[in-house]
Design a protein around this ligand. Structure first.
Ligand code: C2O
Length: 583
């Protein structure tokens, strides 16, 4: 304990404020604030037109179009690895996301009020070095939280208590660790290479790798504090019925794992609702709905990596291009379910404060586990993106020795090298392929609903039903294996300061469909509130191939799509909807 404190004193004893006199700590005219406001607002009113199914990537520099980025990266190899000495390369050259310049961290702005945020989550500033995965001598064991032994819980509580006792300006302290999440999620960093844009690692393909690194270092810091190299974080096993309540260890008032800023109606034995929409759901259906949601997120809607991971996000991308299935589904639901039932939802229900909730780390450890399971389920199909724009993306974290390090996405892909494993538990959702409410429904061919083109853009203040043309029908088995039929909902604009959710159903005969546990349910969009309010413009893709088989409507040339607002529909606008085929 003492040694861990001493070893880092040179880096961490100085208070962030004194280290950084120029940082906008006070609210009066912060240096980084004045110029940014108008620029981000440009995004707010949508500077860029969405370009078909393309990612909203604004590669402004003309030279970017001609240059093969991978060659450029390879050519820069030497420079690229000499971390501290890297000059600011031209933005259009290195397109993967690179570490932000910590000196340019700002509080972020609430764009509704133009005021700086009332919290400062910028980390202490230091030089970074490139992180090398240390040799694994002992594996860390990550248990299911509801199965954890008394001894394990005592160890974990001790570690978190010690973390809370570290001085606030130690980058490994409980508060600073929470700020890591806040800073990367709350538009406080400039995107390096395109300073007109802010950095956001949610709602894109950074979701899994960034959070894996976050947990990795959090776990190592805890393990070091209790001098246990085998310590692993517990996972909240909410995809499995015995784990579908808040784990007891987090619900004891006198524990360091307790957080008073929660929805107190959701302490045990309340059932965790993976489709939470800000109101209590029918208890008798929660477990079945949860299992169907998991099947949808892990199996049915995700034959292409983009649909599991989220959309491409590189230098020049506007924030939130599009979340993957888990991120926009069970992930958001449980954030909001755990947090207070207030507009800003502290702690867990808002990105800026989520890291202050110990349960956050178990929530994300389960997501990390589901990522590993998904990769295993893929067999010989692609498990991730073989693109340098993803693999070479890098982030900054403080490690267990309080050293600032740069880490790469490519190092997250081999869990053995990261040195941890999960307790084996049941995955009952795997066998939970939902049944149709109505097989061979004629609803799409007989409905008088308008065609999609004539309806969008539309505000989701009511259920919207539209007919969507299918460019291909009666596809062969081979064609279906090669190409996933996807329902694309684009131009989703929401107020990011609010929790929003809508559900999507195909060929559901109800006026207001709400049966999640049937094959007609194709997925949802939901969004964890951010502290700063910006316009989010997102796109989601929902897999249709298996659904259309199950409904037995593969020979129809259109489908009836119902968009059902579940939370703050007044704040959701949809730009368009269409069907594409992705190989
Ligand atoms: Cu970074 Cu669940 O949020």
């Amino acid at each position: 304990m003492l040694s861990i404190l001493l070893s880092s004193s040179s880096i961490t004893t100085a208070n962030t404020t004194t280290l950084l006199p120029s940082r906008p700590i006070s609210t009066s005219n912060p240096p980084y604030f004045s110029t940014k406001t108008t620029r981000i607002r440009c995004f707010n009113v949508s500077c860029d037109a969405t370009n078909g199914d393309q990612n909203q990537n604004r590669n402004r520099s003309p030279q970017n179009v001609q240059i093969d980025r991978r060659n450029v990266l390879l050519g820069m190899g030497g420079l690229y690895s000499a971390s501290n000495l890297i000059p600011d390369v031209a933005p259009s050259f290195a397109t993967p996301i690179s570490p932000p310049d910590l000196e340019k961290c700002s509080r972020g702005t609430n764009l509704n009020t133009n005021e700086p945020l009332d919290i400062n989550c910028c980390p202490p500033i230091a030089q970074y070095i490139d992180y090398k995965l240390p040799p694994v001598t002992k594996m860390r064991f990550r248990p299911a939280a509801h199965l954890a032994s008394k001894e394990y819980i005592a160890k974990y509580e001790k570690a978190v208590r010690l973390m809370k006792e570290l001085p606030d300006d130690d980058p490994r302290s409980f508060t600073q660790q929470a700020h890591v999440h806040c800073a990367y999620c709350n538009l406080t960093y400039e995107q390096k290479g395109d300073s007109e844009l802010k950095l956001q690692i949610h709602n894109s393909w950074h979701f899994y790798p960034w959070h894996r690194w976050y947990l990795y270092f959090y776990e190592r810091i805890l393990g070091k504090l209790i001098d246990d190299p085998t310590f692993g974080l517990p996972f909240w096993n909410w995809d499995n019925p015995p784990g579908m309540v808040m784990p007891d260890m987090f619900a004891k008032k006198d524990s360091p794992l307790y957080d008073p800023l929660r929805n107190l109606d959701h302490l045990p034995p309340a059932l965790a609702d993976l489709n939470y929409a800000a109101k209590p759901s029918d208890n008798s259906k929660v477990i079945q709905n949860n299992l169907t949601e998991m099947y949808t997120e892990m199996v049915r809607g995700v034959s292409k990596p983009e649909d599991f991971y989220g959309a491409k996000y590189v230098v020049g991308s506007t924030p939130d291009p599009g979340p993957g299935t888990i991120e926009r589904g069970s992930h958001t639901s449980l954030h909001v379910w755990v947090g207070q039932a207030t507009k800003s939802g502290e702690d867990m229900g808002n990105f800026y404060s989520a890291g202050l909730e110990p349960l956050f780390f178990s929530h994300h450890t389960n997501i990390d586990r589901l990522w590993t399971i998904w990769r295993k389920l893929r067999g010989s199909k692609p498990k991730d993106f073989n693109e340098s724009d993803w693999l070479d993306s890098s982030y900054l974290f403080y490690d267990e020795n309080a050293q600032l390090v740069r880490v790469k996405v490519s190092d997250t892909l081999d869990q053995d090298k990261l040195g941890y494993f999960f307790q084996e538990v049941d995955t009952p959702w795997l066998k939970n392929r939902p049944k149709p409410r109505v097989k061979k429904s004629k609803i799409a061919t007989t409905s008088s609903a308008p065609k999609a083109d004539s309806v969008f853009p539309v505000k989701l203040d009511k259920v919207v039903k539209v007919l969507v043309d299918r460019p291909k029908k009666s596809r062969s088995k081979k064609n279906k294996e090669e190409e996933e039929e996807l329902l694309v909902i684009e131009g989703i604009e929401v107020d990011s300061a609010k929790f929003v959710r809508f559900d999507v159903f195909v060929n559901d005969e109800d006026d207001k469909p709400d049966e999640i546990d049937k094959a007609e349910y194709v997925g949802c969009y939901s969004q964890v509130p951010h502290k700063n309010s910006t316009g989010v413009k997102s796109k989601i893709r929902l897999g249709l191939t298996e659904l259309l088989e199950d409904l037995d409507v593969e020979d129809d040339d259109k489908i009836l799509v119902s968009l059902v607002p579940k939370a703050n529909g007044d704040d959701i606008n949809i730009g368009g909807i269409k069907i594409i085929y992705a190989s």
